[in-house]
Design a binder for this molecule. Sequence first.
Ligand code: SF4
Length: 508
Amino acid sequence: MTTIHQQDFIDSIAAALQFISYYHPADYIHALAAAYQREESAAAKDAMAQILTNSRMCAQGHRPICQDTGIVAAFVRVGMDVRWGNATMGVADMVHEGVRRAYLDRDNVLRASVVSDPAGTRRNTGDNAPAVVHFDLVPGDKVEVRIAAKGGGSENKTRFAMLNPGDDVVEWVVNQLPGMGAGWCPPGMLGIGIGGTAEKAMLLAKESLMQPIDMHELKARGPQNRLEELRIEIHDKVNALGIGAQGLGGLTTVLDVKVLDYPTHAASKPIAMIPNCAATRHVHFELDGSGVAQFTPPRLEDYPAVHWQPAADARRVNLDGVTREDIAQWQPGETLLLSGRLLTGRDAAHKRITEMLARGEKLPHGVDFTGRFIYYVGPVDPVRDEVVGPAGPTTATRMDKFTGTLLAQTGLIGMIGKAERGKAAIEAIKQHGAVYLIAVGGAAYLVAQAIRSAKVVAFADLGMEAIYEFEVVDMPVTVAVDANGRSVHETGPAEWRSRISAMPLKAE
Ligand code: SF4
């Protein structure tokens, strides 16, 4: 009989979450480095270089890989010969307490992203608790924990279907990908659960993402069962879609595909798919009663010698003097380096602004969008001498329904986010001669280096969703929708899909 002490368990959870906030798993780094070497699309290669450079910077600076530090999911296997010495909490509460300690750690404060009353007030809980915890009681005298911090952008692209028994799984998966867009920040991996019941398939999909990336090894040794064949087939067919890093078009969309299955009803074939993003964050530890879990960081030599620098020929833009005439010159796919002042805002701020406009109210002092750009971001709070913590873009598609109103009524001329825009937003951009730019999702610490000052100018009660004014110097972005409504997320994948289909060897 092993005794696990409550404090050791809580401290282990907190240490694990701090660890995964700034260390990518070594298998992800190796797989992305290999994909970077193979990549032929200049835009996708540049995005991968930013993600790899960001990854090393975060490991060295002990700051989060992404501004979205995720919602915590834990799979806890408790040995039936374990006793909990003098515990005053249930095990799920111990996980929640570990989350609080990790996310409020003053040396590396993480962003609190969890809201309660999800169908109503959506109030931020302030400490990122609670986690989502799954338990299994198993033979043995140890406690095993697999824990992840899952970004909202990738979780939002989850897909589920009750297929007919005769339906083809690969076909269903491949058909889902184009509709998922780039909001899940590829390149990443797909977790797929097949069988059981509806909720079992979802759990299998999530659990599968806790496995290390090993597609390269699997291909080298060859598949040994039906699930391994499926993994390879899905991996190759998804990459042949040409979606590429950040949806810009390229050879690699997924680094790996994981599949778990379970017996199901003869009439059913439930299938769930959950993507994991460029901020792949998970770790596995075991407690045997001897104390707090220890974690081994990736070695410096695990990181490839990729040091992203802005292209010498990138167009430099002064945000304090830019005009619609300037914007009209920018080409889809062009790299820009932005300097000057911009305002931030994401879901909650957009909702509040459009409600104020509908009531005919003036926007708060300091929120004047005339001739300005808005950056869709919810930054991490700063530590030490930072002006702001990691501050990468959030998914722009969620702001689509507000875009027409803001462009028509506020004088806004440009937006910065990540992923594609919907038809109505693109139409509004074209109509108003505006522009939409993207920064790289999963390179938040690198992007934040360009931010020289940050102050909250409105809606402070919204926490990380408040409106900030940032002053930036050489912030790297790419023109994603130009003033004529041309979108790189349409042209890039279409071009690379056709190129890949013409290649003698399929992309890996
Ligand atoms: S990499 Fe993209 S999807 Fe992942 S947590 Fe960051 S912003 Fe969200």
